[in-house]
Design a protein around this ligand. Structure first.
Ligand code: PMP
Length: 351
């Protein structure tokens, strides 16, 4: 029956960090250090949990299809912008592609980067076109602009997963000034750095900024993504979106988390401290990062070797070999609880 499945789904899909966890389990580590998925170990705001629990009592009803309360909370938090929501930022990415891409359209992706853009573009019948970053992982605006010529949509991630690289606002402006299509700026990790792209929404009508509550706000399990969109674009997004973009429990939790913004302050501070320690104390080079993770160059070893050895010692990190354009000698290490980060430093120093 396999021949019935579309070709784009017959190869490998999204890569989850399950193998390392299996190795750790096989070596008897019941509670390994989990540093592979850029999760936030701190847990969500109690206000988010309280509102989510309250909302559970009403799940016999469909949620508010306009996400009104959540959008109001976003406006109270960020200011007067237009927002759309979805099942994680992954849902936003998928819906945005659906609104723009026809069979055979090419979509620009600044690489190496998050793999789901390419997966979602192919699923829509489009073709991802990679534009390589420089050797230090920064984006060359001119090369990027050239690649965008004649194309409707481009993806750029900042801070970039998995390199951690932050693209300066001036470079994003230079790109937006020149391109005729839409730039999807993935700002999943923006809370962990000082850059602020939001004011660009007032200046450009070809910018979408994707955000998630999975990282700094620690709500990954509830799958809450949203995006800043130009006013003209919002109705098209809503037409293309799967009905009821966010479930009612997620809407309520998102509102609660946004009502308690100080919850993220120590979380972000802790990430900054550990990024510094990883850079200083790791025996392998660590790329400068604006996210809650770092990219470590483990050459001359391969990423797969290091991931297996660390997993056998109870430390789960992510091999980056599945990120196209990165090579086979990088691992990505999330910042976890203090004991997990300490364990990583201990074990990587012993390899
Ligand atoms: N963009 C990037 C760069 C990510 O790393 C992730 C999640 N790992 C996402 C988007 C998707 O986030 P969400 O959990 O909101 O679907």
């Amino acid at each position: 029956m396999k021949h019935l499945i579309r070709e784009c789904f017959q190869g490998e899909g999204y890569v989850f960090a399950t193998r390392a966890a299996e190795i750790a389990r096989a070596h008897g580590h019941a509670r390994p250090a989990r540093l592979a998925s850029n999760e936030n170990p701190a847990g969500p705001s109690p206000e988010a949990v309280r509102r989510a629990v309250d909302a559970l009592g009403c799940v016999n009803r469909y949620p508010d299809e306009t996400n009104r309360g959540f959008a109001d909370a976003l406006r109270a938090y960020h200011g007067d912008y237009r927002f759309v929501a979805s099942v994680g930022m992954d849902g936003i990415i998928e819906t945005v592609i659906r609104t723009l891409i026809n069979d055979g359209d090419e979509v620009v992706v600044s690489t190496p980067t998050y793999s789901f853009y390419g997966i979602a573009v192919r699923a829509q019948g489009g073709t991802p076109v990679s534009v390589a970053r420089r050797a230090d992982w920064s984006v060359d605006p001119e090369t990027f602009i050239r690649a965008c010529k004649g194309r409707k949509l481009a993806f750029l991630c900042s801070p970039n997963n998995p390199t951690g690289t932050v693209t300066p606002v001036e470079d994003i402006k230079a790109i937006l000034d020149e391109i005729k299509g839409i730039l999807f700026l993935d700002a999943a990790y923006i809370d962990f750095c000082d850059e602020d792209y939001r004011p660009l929404m007032k200046e450009y009508d070809n910018l979408i900024i994707g955000r998630t509550m999975s990282k700094a706000f620690s709500l990954a399990g509830l799958r809450i993504g949203y995006a800043f969109v130009p006013t003209w674009y919002e109705p098209y997004y809503m037409t293309a979106a799967t009905p009821f973009t966010l479930n009612s429990v997620s809407q309520a939790a998102g509102e609660g988390a946004l009502a308690d913004p100080s919850h993220t302050i120590p979380i972000v501070r802790n990430v900054e401290v550990w990024r510094g320690r990883f850079a200083k104390e790791s025996p392998y080079p660590v790329a400068p990062s604006g996210g809650n993770f770092v990219l470590v160059d483990v050459a001359p070893a391969t990423a797969e070797e290091v991931v297996e050895q660390l997993a056998a010692r109870g430390v789960i990190v992510r091999s980056c070999t599945s990120f196209p354009g990165l090579g086979d000698h990088y691992i990505r290490v999330s910042i976890g609880e203090d004991w997990e980060n300490e364990r990583f430093l201990e074990e990587i120093s012993r390899l």
